[in-house]
Design a protein. Structure first.
Lengths: 114, 111
C-alpha cells in the first residue's frame, strides 16, 4: 500500500531565511504525482507545487521548489526568502491515476519568526 | 469562477444523531473527494465520486456514506455519530486530472 510520511511535525524559520520540509513516500508504481499543499490558519487548503514522477526536472514556483529523488522516494519542499504569510500546515500528497485516491502525510506546521 | 463551497461551516451534534454535509464543486469539475482531518492524523480519504459514481472508498465504517448528484454537487452523511467523529471534513473537486481544489471545510463537533 502506498504511504506518505512527514517526519517533522513542526518547523521554525526566521523571516527571509530558507527552510526545507521533508516528505518520503512508498509506492510500487512508476507513474504518479506528488504535491505540496498549504493550509493556513483560515483552513482553506491550496496547492503549492506539483511534480510528475516521469519528469526528472524539479518543479519550481517562485520561492517554492522541490527536491525530487525518485529512487530514494523523497520529495522535499524548499521555501526561500520565507515570509510571515508562509506560516501554515504543509501537507505532502501522492496520487496515481486510476486509483481516484490521494494519500496525504500528517503535515508539518511551519512557524515563521519575525 | 467560484471555488469549492461547503455548507455548513460549523455543526454541533450529539452522539447518536446523524448529519449531512454538502459540497458544491467548482463549475465543470465532475470529481469530488471527501476527507476527514483530525490533529495528528492528517487527511484521511473517505470517498471519491465522479459523474454520480463512487470510484473509491477509504477505510471508514459504513456509517459514513456519500452521494453525488447530476450537477456534481455532493453530500456526505454520517449516521449514529460518535465522539470520535469530531473533525474537520474537507471536500475537494478536480477535473479528470489530478490537481484538487479544496473547500474551507465543515467543522463537526460531536458532544
Amino acid at each position: 500500500a502506498q504511504t506518505v510520511t512527514q517526519s517533522q511535525p513542526e518547523m521554525s524559520v526566521q523571516e527571509a531565511e530558507t527552510v526545507t520540509l521533508s516528505c518520503t513516500y512508498d509506492t510500487s508504481e512508476s507513474d504518479y504525482y506528488l504535491f505540496w499543499y498549504k493550509q493556513p490558519p483560515s483552513r482553506q487548503m491550496i496547492l503549492v507545487i506539483r511534480q510528475e514522477a516521469y519528469k526528472q526536472q524539479n518543479a519550481t514556483e517562485n520561492r517554492f521548489s522541490v527536491n525530487f529523488q525518485k529512487a530514494a522516494k523523497s520529495f522535499s519542499l524548499k521555501i526561500s526568502d520565507s515570509q510571515l504569510g508562509d506560516a501554515a500546515m504543509y501537507f505532502c500528497a501522492y496520487h496515481t491515476s486510476g486509483t481516484y485516491k490521494y494519500i496525504f502525510g500528517t503535515g508539518t506546521r511551519l512557524k515563521v519568526l519575525a | 469562477k467560484a471555488g469549492v463551497t461547503q455548507t455548513p461551516r460549523y455543526l454541533i451534534k450529539t452522539r447518536g444523531q446523524q448529519v449531512t454535509l454538502s459540497c458544491s464543486p467548482i463549475s465543470g469539475h465532475r470529481s469530488v473527494s471527501w476527507y476527514q482531518q483530525t490533529p495528528g492524523q492528517g487527511l484521511q480519504f473517505l470517498f471519491e465520486y465522479f459523474s454520480e459514481t463512487q470510484r473509491n472508498k477509504g477505510n471508514f465504517p459504513g456509517r459514513f456514506s456519500g452521494r453525488q448528484f447530476s450537477n456534481s454537487r455532493s453530500e456526505m452523511n454520517v449516521s449514529t455519530l460518535e465522539l470520535g467523529d469530531s473533525a474537520l471534513y474537507l471536500c475537494a473537486s478536480s477535473l479528470e486530472g489530478n490537481i484538487q481544489y479544496f473547500g474551507a471545510g465543515t467543522r463537526l463537533s460531536v458532544l
